[in-house]
Write a protein that binds this ligand. Structure first.
Ligand SMILES: [Fe+2]
Ligand SMILES: [Fe+2]
Length: 331
């Protein structure tokens, strides 16, 4: 969106001769014209708050999501798998960084968001409250969880808020690498010994349903969806994206030689989509409330990592201020 300061006319609001464009009109016109809203542009308070909420939840999910997988770095079955997993977990830290930076452009500091996460006042994706019990879980997370994340996130590359949309372009490229490494890892297990195949199947059995829950509650129960779609933060409904994910996953499961744990899953010729069984929303709400198998562990570990990293933040801040001082003296 072209930056508009007070008294200027946004091109999208021209043609109303004699009336000073009110910022809401300029904003609405920009969103309607599929332009990007940038940090210095005027935006409604509720739009800003909604973006901060969504970007924060997304950023928190990236860094909490490092934990279940990092659990397997020391026990990866080969040097190659270990190197891939370390790279993936580092990517997730990077995703967190891009997203906290995107939130900062809305006037909310990373420190403030982390404080809210640690105090339990902001959420992260419920999927990361499930444990990684075997090595096959790392493959299942890559294939299903990163796969669901991509389905959710590709449309955000066209989100109306510029910094969020741009961060998402790079994130999606990396997520697609994550999805492929998960698929490839599961394929190796599925074609391995009977024990390895069973381990892969067991992981898929445990991760399938929580992956479907990643798209959020059904459309008629989703409290933020309608407004987010109006603002073009969100482009497709939860149920639409969930259906898209199921349709992509079914042939991939066949290629893997693994079964998706849903007896009601079948192709519906009329709809041109797969029908699937009912999701256990009571479980979803329970995990969301904090009663999942790993909620406490994840937050405790996050707080500890934050405390133990305090010296790094202090050192970086001291270095930056020394650097500024040196530059000032040189100038
Ligand atoms: Fe990520
Ligand atoms: Fe990822």
């Amino acid at each position: 969106m072209t930056a508009v300061t007070e008294g200027q006319t946004h091109p999208a609001a021209e043609g109303r001769a004699g009336t000073a464009p009110d910022p809401q009109t300029v904003f609405d016109a920009a969103v309607a014209a599929d332009e990007r809203i940038e940090p210095r542009d005027w935006m409604p308070d509720a739009y800003r708050a909604s973006l901060v909420r969504q970007i924060a939840q997304h950023a928190h999910s990236e860094i909490i999501g490092m934990q279940p997988e990092a659990n397997w770095i020391t026990r990866a079955p080969s040097l190659r798998r270990k190197a891939i997993l370390m790279a993936k977990v580092q990517d997730e830290a990077g995703h967190g960084l891009y997203l906290y930076s995107a939130a900062e452009t809305l006037g909310t500091s990373r420190e403030e968001l982390l404080d809210k996460l640690h105090a339990g006042r902001q959420k992260y994706s419920s999927i990361f409250n499930y444990p990684t019990l075997t090595w096959a879980d790392v493959g299942a997370i890559g294939w299903l969880v990163d796969g669901a994340a991509i389905t959710n996130q590709v449309p955000i590359c066209r989100c109306s808020y510029g910094p969020y949309a741009r961060a998402m372009v790079r994130i999606c490229k990396e997520e697609s690498f994550h999805q492929r490494q998960g698929f490839e890892s599961l394929l190796a297990l599925s074609r391995g010994t009977p024990e390895q195949h069973a381990m892969a199947q067991d992981a898929v059995n445990r991760w399938w349903w929580p992956s479907l829950m990643m798209f959020g509650p059904p459309d008629d129960e989703s409290s933020h969806s309608a407004q987010s779609m109006q603002w073009k933060i969100k482009r497709h409904s939860n149920d639409e994206l969930r259906q898209r994910f199921v349709d992509i996953a079914v042939p991939q499961a066949e290629a893997l030689g693994l079964t998706l744990p849903d007896p009601d899953l079948r192709w519906n010729e009329e709809r041109g989509h797969h029908d699937f069984g009912a999701i256990d929303w009571a479980e979803f709400r329970d995990v969301l409330k904090g009663n999942g198998p790993c909620n406490d562990q994840r937050i405790t570990q996050r707080r500890r990592a934050h405390e133990e990293g305090a010296w790094v933040r202090d050192a970086a801040a001291a270095h930056a201020s020394k650097h500024r001082q040196n530059q000032g003296e040189a100038a």
